[in-house]
Unconditional design. Sequence first.
Length: 123
Amino acid sequence: MRCWISSLPRPGTYSIRQIWFSKYYIFTAQEIGSYKPNPRNFEYMIGKLSDAGYRKEDILHAAESLYHDHLPANRAGLASAWIYRRHRQQGFGATHPPETMPRYDFQFKSLEEMAKAHREALG
């Protein structure tokens, strides 16, 4: 199962749906009525996936922003993978620094590295 929470308006996800997520779940800020890091985004996603038969324990939230993604994912009780693209740079780039350092279950330098680790884990 793949799921994506996006700040893009619904029409902006058309090409993404066609290329990557045509048979998966995409939830937009426009649809939800709020933007990350609002906990409502995560509650909405968890609720919709629960309605589809998934449990919270089935979800791995993969994202870069510690502030916008990992802190609210922690508060929602989700496992997470930090995609640490800025591993060679200091600071948090254009995102807010987190109030406290969130917990994450995995750390990767790219989505490609995460996909490779997943393939290796499957054998």
